[in-house]
Ligand binder design. Sequence first.
Ligand SMILES: CC(C)(COP(=O)(O)OP(=O)(O)OC[C@H]1O[C@@H](n2cnc3c(N)ncnc32)[C@H](O)[C@@H]1OP(=O)(O)O)[C@@H](O)C(=O)NCCC(=O)NCCS
Length: 147
Amino acid sequence: MDRTAVRDMEERDLERVAEIEALSFSSPWSIEAFRKELRENSLAVYLVCEIDGELAGYMGMWKVVDEGHVTNVAVDPKFRGMGVGNELLSEMVIRARESNLVSMTLEVRVSNVQAIGLYKKHGFKDVGTRPKYYDNGEDAIIMWKTL
Ligand SMILES: CC(C)(COP(=O)(O)OP(=O)(O)OC[C@H]1O[C@@H](n2cnc3c(N)ncnc32)[C@H](O)[C@@H]1OP(=O)(O)O)[C@@H](O)C(=O)NCCC(=O)NCCS
C-alpha cells in the first residue's frame, strides 16, 4: 500500500472531512458540527488517515466515563478497501487504552457489511439491536469491545 499516516484531526482538515462525510452518509454532519466538536468537546477524539499526504478518511470517538463511543468513521470511496479503516480503528483502540477506557461501543446499520466486517476484525461483538434506529427505519446493531 502507499504510505499511510494517522494523526489528530485539525481545523484545516474540516473541508475535506465534510466532503468525505457527504459522500458517505445520507444525513451527513455539517462542517460546523465537526468544528464544534474540535473546539468545544474535550471528551472527543478525532483522527484522520492520510495516504501520501491526501486525507483519505477519519474516525471520531467520545469518551463517556470509562467507555469509548465511536461516533463516526468514513473513508473516501476512492480509498476504500485499502486498509484506511483498519489504520484508524487500530489507532483509536490505542487512544482508548491510553485513556484507561475499559470498553468501546458503537451502532451500525444491519445492512452495512463493510463496517460490520471492520469492527468484527477488531474484536467488536454483536450485543443487541436498536429497532428502527435510523431515519429510514433500519435497525442498528449495537457492537461492543472489551479493552
Ligand atoms: C466502513 C469503512 C469505513 C471501511 O473502511 P475501509 O478503509 O474501506 O476498510 P479497510 O480497507 O481498512 O478494511 C477493513 C476491514 O473492513 C471489512 N471490509 C472492508 N471492505 C469490505 C467489503 N467491501 N466487504 C466486506 N468487508 C469489508 C473487512 O473486514 C476488512 O478487513 P480485511 O481487509 O482484512 O478484509 C468504509 O467502507 C466507509 O467509509 N463506508 C461508508 C461510511 C460508513 O458506513 N461508516 C460506518 C458507519 S457505522
